[in-house]
Design a protein around this ligand. Sequence first.
Ligand code: X5A
Ligand code: ZN
Length: 658
Amino acid sequence: MAESRGESEIKSEQRRVGLLYDERMCKHHTPNHEDHPENPNRIKAIWNKLHTTGIHQRCVLLDAKEVEDEHILLVHSQKHLKLIKNISSKQFDSRRARIASKYNSIYFNKGSSEAASLAAGSVIEVAERVASGEFNSAVAIVRPPGHHAEHDEPMGFCLYNNVAVATSFLLNEKPELGISRILIVDWDVHHGNGTQKMFWEDPRVLFFSVHRHEFGSFYPANDDGFYTMVGKGLGAGYNINVPWENGRCGDADYLAVWDHILIPVAKEFNPDIIIVSAGFDAAVGDPLGGCCVTPSGYSSMLKKLMDFANGKVVLALEGGYNLESIAKSMLACVEVLLEDKPVVGSSEAYPFESTWRVIQAVRKELSPFWPTLAEELPKKLTSQKAHPILYVLSSTFNSDVEDNEGPNVVSEKFEEILQDVIEPLSKLKVNEGQVAGSSDTWRSDLSKIYIWYASFGSNMWQPRFNCYIEGGQVEGMTRPCSGAVDKTPPKEIMQKTFPHRLFFGRDFSQTWGHGGVAFVNPESNIEEKVYMCLYKITLEQFNDVLLQENTRVALMSSPLFDLTALNSFTRGETNSVEVNLESGWYRKVLYLEKDHGIPILSMTCKLSELEGFKSGELSVRAPAEGYAKTLIRGLVEGKQLSEAEAIAYIERAHTRPL
Ligand code: X5A
Ligand code: ZN
């Protein structure tokens, strides 16, 4: 038939895209099917999405292949290979969990060895076929992921470093394919620590990773992902890290990094193939990532990569834990590889100011190796920045706050803040002279919204928490609280536990005197449990609690934590927001989950301080005596624990390092 021939002609012009999925990689799961973000449903969800849209029919489908030992040994130690190969055998049944617990964020079961072998073998399989020209590009929907896996240890849900194995395979085992330079683009929200180390001194591999870093407080929580880590020896300059200073980064931030770092460098490097460590945990909605890259953002990033290496691009799945987000993101990528539709630049949003700062720092650090980066970015460009969602507390300028910066600095700061506030305000629609959400109506606006405030410290004892609402002072407190403006008692109270770690830090508090106060580690960990007492109060009251937790200043002209911030939680864009206060120990608002549609919020120290506690720079220490007594009272009266259990729980929290 003429018509179908016409169609097949179009097809033959279409790009050949390899697509690998194999159910056998679902055999790796937690030993007793406990919940875990890295679970078999991830790859099933992606495969189902590609299937229901029918796009899989337009790709060349491939089955997974087990990896050869010698290919693993290109990047891993003999000991590591043995560990992963043997961990599933019968004689390890009783020891498997104990072995896993020795590693960082690792579980094993009897299917782990096979799945890990298939994941690594599959990335080799697709990479070889793209390198040889059999396919234009390819996607490997694999798990377990790989980029955290180190030469000699599994880590961060990763067993073998799949992308590193395939990279090394092409360079060292297949010289006939003519691949001499490989660009690895790691857009997983976490730093690809394993991959970085494996090619640290290798100029044939340009490793590029963009990830949340927050000065070393985001997983894997060290300095390996900082932009000063550029490689060594012949490999110097061939390792590029773009470390975000905060979460909530989205399309605009990623695309600015592409345009001003990755793409110019890729032009000079001129790779023969690109392998993407394609985690989708920077996607909007991801429970671990806290960033907000959209499917269209991933399309744009991928499209820009296809201008290199004759379009030879391989995508290997890494992280990504929201099933819907990862499925949609991967679908968008496959559409780009098939060259379905033109990719239209998506957002009108601007990058964060911190994004420009990081881009400029990276460019400066790498410019000795990549002259194209030496040029200064135009001010006109870098001044296009998103206004932060944080609000300015008028009392920041009170004499109360320590000011050792001199008068000019203050007025400069004012200018900066004015710019941030006036610019977005000018874009707001003004209705009959009233600006939506203006500062004089915030109390009545926020008084209509209920949240759960989840307390884990002395506030678990209800009479103590009541001081923050009604004002006053109970036993053990060295000074009274002023209370909230709205003194209505909590609408409801309930007890609940969460998978976070409680710890005690600091030496002194205004309210309790000498000794540590309670914090939670915002990273969730299924092995941990923190007891919390939840109070249903209004968002207005929550702001008054937040202020009292942090300062003695009573005046608040605009909310510390407003609706925009709350929406960024409920839309899944982020799990934590830092409030704009100069001082205070609870400047991070955390989003735990929702209960019947009502968000549960808590507060803890800033991430930079958490890092201090982790490194030992700030020490975990025993709570003040009166403070500990109040916590125990809260736990016992709230019927969460017996007195003995409560004492043991507090003891454990301040005696273990973070
Ligand atoms: C592959 C990946 C994340 C590990 C987080 C551990 N790993 N807390 O996304
Ligand atoms: Zn990740």
